[in-house]
Write a protein that binds this ligand. Structure first.
Ligand code: DMJ
Length: 671
């Protein structure tokens, strides 16, 4: 700091200089003006002309420069898009599939360690330049962005959850719970963008006439499912071919892993439905386009149940070794996930680099994720005669079997990859993050020929735990439901995901487990059915809240954040099991009603089906512009099997379905 004295001195000096400068300038201007006046008129005109000429030249060269700059940025944009095309990420018309040069495979690597891959020729999925940002997002993609479709408008006052990315750009996101998968925020809480215009998703008049309710013969129903599949495929083929998911309203695609998820997930459905042409086209894509040599993070659970499971079952059904080879490739690439201090796998694997990691915010994995990959890896070991896959997943099963922290056989939702222990104990659900743990206990026991008694014990004990801790009835209609336990308190809410349970219980009872499992299955499938019929669209919400007191005469309440329907399969899956084991035609009729509701409220005329945001508003179901791969893999497959009279088609005594509806063989007793 200057002292006041010093300050005065300085300011005085400055003022003096300033004055001097000012005087000098004036003096200089005066002398210039005098010189100008001394020039002849001709000289002055010449100078003025020259100045004007220079000014015009300046303007002209500025505009040509800016043209050039614009040209440069256009080229960058085009180059970026060419890059996208070169990576095979643009829809490729079937039949015109270009040959790709062989990718960097890992099968030839002599050890079980996948090397850090040389910078691959196909870098991580690019975004259009304007949106480019580091590929840091893991888990399911935000399921819905605010739509940018000219025909659609955001509904007044309804905004999506706004997320700001690293670039400061804002996007509307939907938060979604995935059965067993990682989610981005509180399960089931979401706000979604909605769109107006009921015509967009409502089946057109001609189609509706074909699909009217009434006395419909099974064969007609079977054909209706084939027709629904073809319609879904039409959209996928036209707008999302080779990509992960169809966005049927904006007529484009969504990418999650960049591995053609819908196509792979749908392969065995096409086989089972007898859609030969579609299958042949898809097979061609797998043969010529599918490469797992990609620097991309995939979720271990999701890629196991959808990709590995889908390839293995397609191999079994078709006998085509192409699918087995691809299954081996992805299976090996997923193995680094198991290299953790506890051998409880990480949630994410980079299948190109051979590295694995937990989510950014925790070292926990989800219990359902680490315990619902066993059917697939065990089968891979059996087929390859390489025990490493089976050993890795059975180590997880063994550890979870021994772990403390269960409640009457019910498991918490998280497990730590360092300690191998359950974390965040005290919350128990049969819904997201735990569900398929129970399913895979029973199904592994069946897959292995009913020999692994610890699996059976854990399963039977868990069902007892459900009965003791989670089962309740509504006061109005006495609907039985499976609630959630949170620190000793029952929350009377049930995810639609829990509707897998009646089918699994029925499968157990069919295989000799107690008869009361079947009784419970009958009660629970009734509840799942009610979750559809009590909604105005005839479609279930993602989460239902059940009334334990008769305060409003209703059994089911739905919170605004839970009103969405993602075309999920669980109820149709259970209807299929219930029909197979009881032959009670009401289960087929219930399924038929659901199929028609899907056709009425989720079918997009130009091709595909869409998730919707509001099952309570048939006039504006708020289509969300996304067709999940499990709609083709599971929902439509289970519809078909429910309506088919051929009960030997995927016999439940010969196959177990993985949790993504991919049938895997029950091992011959010799294995
Ligand atoms: C599917 O990916 C599988 O069924 C998984 O087990 C749960 N979530 C979806 C379907 O809802």
């Amino acid at each position: 700091m200057y002292s006041p004295q010093k300050k005065d001195f300085v300011s005085l000096t400055v003022r003096e200089q300033h004055n001097r400068g000012y005087t000098n300038g004036k003096h200089r201007r005066q002398s210039c003006w005098r010189k100008w006046k001394q020039l002849s008129r001709l000289q002055r005109s010449l100078i003025l002309f020259l100045l004007a000429f220079l000014f015009i030249c300046g303007i002209l060269s500025y505009s040509s420069l800016t043209e050039q700059w614009r040209g440069i940025s256009d080229r960058s944009l085009k180059e970026d898009w060419d890059e996208v095309d070169n990576r095979g990420l643009r829809p490729i018309p079937p039949g015109l599939i270009p040959k790709l040069s062989a990718g960097v495979g890992i099968q030839d690597v002599p050890s079980d360690v996948i090397p850090e891959v040389q910078r691959p020729s196909i870098p991580l999925l690019p975004k259009p330049p304007s949106m480019r940002k580091p590929p840091s997002k893991r888990g399911p993609p935000a399921l819905q962005k605010r739509m940018n479709v000219s025909d659609w408008q955001l509904k007044d006052g309804e905004e999506g959850l706004i997320k700001t990315d690293e670039d400061g750009a804002k996007e509307a996101i939907t938060v979604i719970s995935w059965r067993g998968a990682m989610i981005e925020a509180e399960q089931g809480t979401e706000l979604q963008s909605t769109v107006r215009g009921k015509d967009a998703t409502v089946v057109d008049a001609e189609e509706a006439a074909d699909l009217k309710t009434g006395t419909v013969k099974p064969v007609d129903r079977v054909e209706a499912v084939q027709e629904a599949f073809r319609h879904a495929w039409k959209g996928y083929k036209a707008f999302a071919w080779g990509h992960d998911e169809l966005k049927p309203l904006s007529k484009t695609h969504g990418e999650w892993f960049g591995l053609g998820l819908t196509l792979i997930d749908a392969l065995d459905t096409m086989w089972i439905l007898g859609l030969k042409d579609e299958f042949a086209e898809a097979r061609k894509w797998v043969e010529t386009e599918l490469s797992f040599s990609k620097n991309v993070d995939v979720n271990l659970f999701e890629s196991t149940i959808r990709i590995l499971g889908g390839l293995l079952s397609t191999y079994h059904l078709s006998g085509d070794t192409l699918f087995l080879d691809k299954a081996k490739d992805i299976g090996l690439r997923l193995m680094p996930a198991f290299k953790t201090p506890s051998k409880i796998p990480y949630s994410d694997v980079n299948i190109g680099k051979g590295t694995a990691h937990p989510p950014r915010w925790t070292t926990d994995s989800t219990v359902a994720e680490v315990t619902s990959i066993q059917l697939e890896f065990r089968e891979l070991s059996r087929l390859t005669q390489d025990p490493q896959y089976q050993n890795a997943v059975e180590e997880v099963t063994k550890q979870v079997h021994r772990l403390e922290g269960k409640r009457d056989g019910l498991v918490p939702m998280f497990i730590n990859t360092n300690s191998g222990k359950f974390t965040r104990r005290g919350a128990f659900t049969l819904g997201a993050r735990a569900d398929s743990y129970y399913e895979y206990l029973l199904k592994q026991w069946l897959q292995g020929g009913k020999k692994e008694t610890e699996l059976l014990e854990d399963y039977v004990q868990a069902i007892e735990g459900v009965k003791k801790n989670l089962l309740k009835q509504t006061s109005t209609s006495k609907l039985t439901f499976v609630g959630e336990l949170s620190n000793g308190r029952l929350n009377p809410k049930m995810d639609h995901l829990v509707c897998f349970l009646p089918g699994t219980l029925a499968l157990g009872a069919h295989n000799g487990l107690p008869a009361d499992h079947m009784e419970l299955a009958i009660q629970l499938i009734e509840t799942c059915h009610q979750m559809y019929v009590q909604m105005e669209t005839g479609l279930s919400p993602e989460i239902a809240h059940f009334n334990l007191q008769n305060h409003n005469g209703r059994d089911i309440d739905v919170k605004p954040a839970d009103r969405h329907n993602l075309l999920r399969p669980e109820t149709v899956e259970s209807l299929f099991y219930m029909y197979r084991f009881t032959k009670d035609s009401k289960y087929r009729d219930w399924g038929w009603e659901i199929l028609q509701s899907f056709n009425k409220h989720t079918r997009v005329p130009s091709g595909g089906y869409t998730s919707i945001g509001n099952v309570r508003d048939p006039l504006n179901p708020a289509p969300r512009d996304k067709m999940e791969s499990f709609f083709l893999s599971e929902t439509l497959k289970y519809f078909f099997l429910l309506f088919s009279d051929d009960t030997e088609l995927i016999s439940l005594d010969k196959y177990v379905f993985n949790t993504e509806a991919h049938p895997l063989p029950i091992w011959p007793s010799a294995s």
